[in-house]
Write a new protein. Structure first.
Length: 436
């Protein structure tokens, strides 16, 4: 029996002749046979590997490949103990279990596992069990034992290396414990580390490799918007990109400065940086909240940016962030006019002092001391701010930008806020008067 990839290479008349020979029973069997449908790049590698990392663009079919691997493993290994690990329990359930390509969706009726959401558990009739875990809670992986694991989107795990290390210590039962990791590439420490480890086999791929199962209009749109950009190379072409040449921030630097949000405590001062869009239908409005901690470190505590907003929407977003954090002031880029920015914020009932900064004069001068503060360990990220961090890693010495999007709106807002806090520390400014 020819596989799908072979059939697609047949001439139209040969394919038609093949289709006439297929009866309904065989057609139904083929529809449920993943080994017939899958592409060669969705097949597990041969050889003695302990980790298969599927590093590919969005829409490649990574989730389907991971789910089918787990399904095949569970059905072939009665009593198996399998870990399903995602960035959060919500994502594990929504993507790995209940998603369109998740384990419940791909399973034939006669071998579909039972899902017990309260126990975070999938159970097969042959005794195989898969348990859901959150990478945000690495300690939850202490104690269990597994013979197989599927890890989804490891590049966005909030505590990637800690979660991975705890998982690997559980892979101690069965004849040949194996892990499948499916992810869109990002140059985070865990992905870079796995690229170098012995026993790790990597499969790469792009969104276009799965074009037969994706909307042609969507593919054309994505290529028109992101083709040739850094974001497109990473998210669509599945390239693991190195740090930008001359970048003020690197991925490793940002990861080194990351702490848990709950660890920062009550801040002494809070400043909101705002980078308003130049037009009503332009880029995002960067809105980043930064705080001075009691040990005088500075912390990025929230990225409240909004995409393509009209003025009243971004102004309301600033007002909401100010209320959430009890902010002391707003620092806003004033290229579109300082009075206009302040007037827009006043209409949204932002009663805080609004300090204008001019980007063309101060961008590079302000960004470089902020980057040095990161290097010294004086700035932390209280959580994960993926879009903001991507932009920070695109800012270059001298004011250049080689990151995703047309404008580093989030990064600029972050720099404005942190620079204002740095200036306050230099002047010996205390915590000021805070509303309660």
């Amino acid at each position: 029996m020819k596989g799908l990839s072979e059939l697609l290479r047949l001439a139209p008349e040969e394919f038609a002749a093949w289709a006439r020979r297929i009866n309904d029973t065989l057609a139904e069997r083929l529809l449920g046979n993943w080994s017939w449908w899958r592409r060669a790049d969705q097949c597990p590698p041969e050889g003695d590997w302990h980790v298969w990392m599927l590093l590919a663009g969005r829409g490649f079919g990574k989730t389907r490949a991971g789910a089918e691997w787990v399904r095949g493993y569970a059905e072939a290994h009665p009593g198996a103990r399998i870990a399903l690990v995602a960035a959060s329990l919500h994502e594990a359930r929504q993507v790995m279990v209940e998603g369109e390509s998740g384990l419940l969706s791909i399973a034939p009726d006669d071998v579909r596992p039972e899902y017990e959401s309260s126990l975070r558990r999938l159970s097969w009739a042959n005794g195989a069990v898969a348990t859901l875990y959150s990478a945000a809670e690495p300690e939850s992986l202490r104690g269990p034992e597994h013979s197989a694991a599927w890890c989804d989107e490891i590049a966005k795990w909030p505590q990637g290396e800690a979660a991975w290390d705890n998982l690997m210590l559980t892979m101690r039962i069965g004849d040949n414990p194996r892990v499948v990791a499916t992810t869109t590439p990002r140059g985070v420490p865990l992905v870079r580390r796995l690229m170098k480890e012995k026993g790790v086999e990597t499969t790469g791929g792009s969104t276009g490799d799965n074009c037969l199962n994706l909307s042609p209009q969507w593919l054309a749109t994505m290529d028109a918007i992101y083709g040739g950009t850094r974001l497109g190379r990473q998210e669509l072409r599945g390239e693991l990109l190195e740090d930008v040449e001359g970048a003020l921030w690197t991925r490793a630097l940002v990861e080194r400065c990351r702490v848990e949000a709950a660890s920062v405590g009550k801040p002494m001062r809070v400043v909101i940086g705002v980078d308003p869009p130049a037009t009503a239908n332009g880029d995002a409005c960067g809105i980043v909240v930064a705080a001075q901690l009691r040990d005088e470190r500075l912390a990025v505590v929230e990225d409240a940016s909004v995409e393509n907003p009209p003025p009243h929407v971004w102004a309301q977003a600033v007002a909401a962030a100010a209320a959430r954090w009890g902010a002391d002031r707003v620092v806003a880029e004033s290229n579109m006019g300082g009075e206009m920015v302040e007037g827009t914020l006043r209409q949204a009932d932002v009663a805080l002092p609004v300090v204008p900064v001019h980007a063309s004069i101060g961008k590079a001068r302000r960004a470089e001391p902020v980057a040095l503060a990161y290097e010294r360990g004086d700035v932390v990220h209280a959580g994960v701010f993926e879009s903001l961090e991507d932009q920070l890693c695109g800012l270059q010495v001298g004011g250049g930008y080689a990151g995703p999007g047309r404008s580093p709106d989030r990064a600029d807002a972050c720099v404005w806020a942190l620079a204002a806090l740095q200036e306050g520390l230099r002047k010996g400014r205390g915590p000021g008067v805070r509303r309660v």
